[in-house]
Write a protein that binds this ligand. Structure first.
Ligand code: SAM
Length: 282
């Protein structure tokens, strides 16, 4: 029987790969990682500024992000999918295409796989991960190995910058997705909204009839307000809306699965105040 999906167990292996890549010995790596965790925390507190830019090209920054945020973000997605009944239909059909916008670290994918597993879905999932940072894929190529062969999934990376039209204008394959996820992405591109907005307008225009758009981000009206406005302008229909606290409820996601990293680097995130939306294209 296939083993059920435990995000923190899988992420421990991703962290091991990333830790190896960080230059230096343990005594040199660990302070750098603690520094990167602090830098991320400050960066995420200042996302509305146009200058806010987190550089995920650094191995140490990707390690810090996976350690601190990915287990929580995956579990939030898993939890929300279980609450938003409208999405279940997508997991009761033979094949579903999912586009994780800003999904590079794989949080959206893991959360969706955990939900897929929990409802015993047989749907063949095809993931498209849009992200400007190619290096995320390097960590995630072997996630399928960590998960095992029992799941029939395909993962494709679409590497472009949503704030640079020349970088994405020729990409069209993702426009036939059934579900789009925006997990902590809108806040990250808010500072460049003057140029990024055209990407979302195009996405909503080209998306097919009945496709669904799942948004989760910090409970800050600048972020959900921008998303709501764009969705409304595109004529998307609101199917679910909540602003509330989300938590990692699953006690099997024991943060101690992070092993030695848990004692060295403080707590991964386990709770957030967020805005959640599900829109559908009529
Ligand atoms: C805060 S992370 C969210 C990742 C994931 N969805 C999650 O919930 O953990 C934001 C992601 O957006 C990507 N990103 C930031 N700005 C971008 C842009 N202008 N175009 C494409 N990707 C971008 C980053 O590389 C990063 O992977």
């Amino acid at each position: 029987m296939a083993k059920s999906i435990n995000c923190s167990e899988i992420l421990k292996k991703v962290l091991d790969d990333l830790y190896e890549r960080i230059e230096g010995n343990e005594a040199a790596k660990d302070p750098k990682i603690n520094g990167a965790i602090q830098t991320l925390r400050r960066g995420f507190g200042n996302l509305a500024a146009q200058t806010a830019k987190i550089d995920y090209r650094e191995d140490v920054v990707r390690f810090a992000y996976v350690f601190k945020y990915v287990m929580a973000h995956s579990n939030y997605i898993y939890d929300i999918l279980g609450n938003v009944k409208e999405v279940e239909i997508l997991f009761r059909q033979p094949r579903t295409k999912i586009c994780a916008v800003g999904g590079g670290p794989g949080s959206d994918v893991l959360g969706i796989l955990k939900y897929h597993d929990s409802i015993k879905s047989d749907t063949h999932l095809v993931f498209r991960l849009i992200d400007r940072e190619q290096l995320w894929m390097d960590s995630w190529m072997n996630v399928q190995d960590h998960i095992g062969d029992s799941l029939r999934i395909d993962t494709h990376a679409l590497t472009f910058d949503v704030a640079i039209p020349e970088s994405y204008i020729k990409f069209t394959a993702h426009h036939d997705s059934d579900l789009y996820t925006f997990s902590f992405f809108i806040s990250e591109v808010y500072g460049t909204r003057a140029t990024a907005q055209a990407f979302f307008e195009l996405l909503f225009e080209k998306a097919k009839h009945d496709s669904q758009f799942l948004f989760i981000d910090n409970n800050d009206s600048r972020f959900f307000g921008w998303f709501d406005k764009m969705a409304e302008k595109a004529g998307l229909e609101l199917r679910y809306t909540q602003n509330r606290t989300v938590k990692v409820w699953d006690s099997d996601e024991d943060k101690r699965n992070f092993g030695v990293y848990f004692s060295k680097f403080n707590f991964p995130k386990l709770e957030s105040d967020v805005a959640i939306r599900l829109y559908q294209k009529p």
